[in-house]
Design a protein around this ligand. Structure first.
Ligand SMILES: [Zn+2]
Length: 224
């Protein structure tokens, strides 16, 4: 569901501060956006710490990449957000963050296994990793186009994450869960290595999505 401009401003400022306070971005990294209607979205500006974002700093853009409202420059990754809205008409909110532990897995060339905890199987599914692409260029949205069609959560190699939802609250919850999975996997590695669920246990958990009303798009653990 699309939002009004004033509620979108409040929501983006609220979640920008939460993303910063949760350590999921640092310095001026990351960006948040909300779809306003079929042809416009609101996004955070470039070069501002997420804790310092205020409502009047936000920019409204169209799908052609023109700034319709607001001073200053939009986030350099606006193309990433636009790509999600173009490919996923069901999506209203997008957060691009740099969750440090989740990204560390991509740098080490290790798989972040989102299938180790029940709630991660249910809410995140099997999170795909987009290959490295030069930040701020057209290559970045291109690197994740196919994956965002399959999953609301995509890791970007050596860079960050994209989480999408029907609200910023939903997108933020997926981002928090992703980083929590990475942290617990790191603890388990330190304790001798995680013991995976059986495929039966995974299938049982995947079967719970309907029961919990989870309607996010996820990849199954049987997929690549
Ligand atoms: Zn980034």
């Amino acid at each position: 569901m699309a939002c009004t401009d004033s509620s979108a401003r409040r929501e983006i400022v609220h979640y920008s501060r939460k993303v910063h306070a949760s350590g999921l971005v640092c310095a001026t990294d990351g960006n948040l956006s909300l779809r306003l209607d079929d042809s416009r979205f609101m996004i955070t500006p470039s070069g501002v710490r997420k804790e310092d974002i205020s409502e009047e700093m936000l920019l409204v853009m169209n799908m052609e990449g023109d700034v319709l409202e607001g001073e200053g420059r939009p986030s350099t990754e606006y193309k990433l957000h636009r790509e999600v809205y173009r490919r996923r008409p069901d999506i209203t909110a997008v957060i691009h963050a740099h969750p440090p532990k989740a990204v560390a897995f991509t740098i080490a060339g290790r798989r972040l296994d989102t299938g180790l905890l029940p709630e991660c199987v249910v809410t995140l599914g099997n999170v795909p990793v987009a290959p490295y692409a030069l930040p701020g260029t057209e290559a970045l949205p291109r690197s994740m186009t196919e994956l965002i069609c399959l999953s609301d959560v995509v890791l970007l190699a050596r860079h960050g994450s994209v989480t999408a939802g029907t609200s910023l609250g939903e997108a933020f919850k997926k981002l928090e869960k992703l980083e929590q999975c990475a942290q617990i996997q790191l603890y388990a590695e330190a304790l001798g290595g995680p013991k995976p669920f059986s495929s039966r246990e995974i299938a049982d958990l995947e079967g719970l999505r309907g029961h919990y009303g989870v309607n996010s798009r996820t990849m199954s653990f049987g997929e690549a």
